[in-house]
Design a protein around this ligand. Structure first.
Ligand code: HEC
Length: 96
């Protein structure tokens, strides 16, 4: 029985976390994107051939975490918190 309660609690916590991708997150994410990413990825996240940066529209928080930990171009971004990365992803998800 305990396991079932745990599973339900976990699912409730997860759906709460998903619904947290609110308008506030997107607005914060847009600010962070403009100050930390737009210089290389362009104001619309479409990428800049001049610095060989790809489009990052629609990238997820996982994609961003991965690039921060593996790409030397993103070494300066290690100070971003997981929440900030999620906010940036929430904003990138609004771009088409
Ligand atoms: C100094 C320039 C620079 C900055 C600042 C920068 N990027 Fe990048 N980014 C690049 C370049 C160049 C690449 C491609 C080569 C690589 O991955 O190192 C890239 C690749 C990526 C990729 C992988 C895309 C793919 O399709 O593989 C993601 C995701 C990404 N950047 C997200 C971000 C986010 C989010 C920020 C801001 C928090 C950011 N970058 C800031 C230059 C930059």
């Amino acid at each position: 029985m305990k396991k079932i309660y745990f599973a339900i609690a976990t699912m409730t916590a997860m759906s709460a976390a998903i619904s947290l991708a609110s308008a506030d997150d997107q607005a914060n994410g847009e600010k962070l994107f403009k100050s930390k990413c737009a210089g290389c990825h362009g104001a619309d996240a479409a990428g800049k051939p001049a610095v060989k940066s790809p489009s990052i529209k629609g990238k997820t928080a996982d994609d961003i975490q991965k690039v921060i930990s593996t790409s030397s171009k993103h070494a300066g971004l290690k100070s971003l918190t997981t929440d900030q990365v999620k906010q940036i992803a929430a904003f990138l998800g609004t771009l088409k």
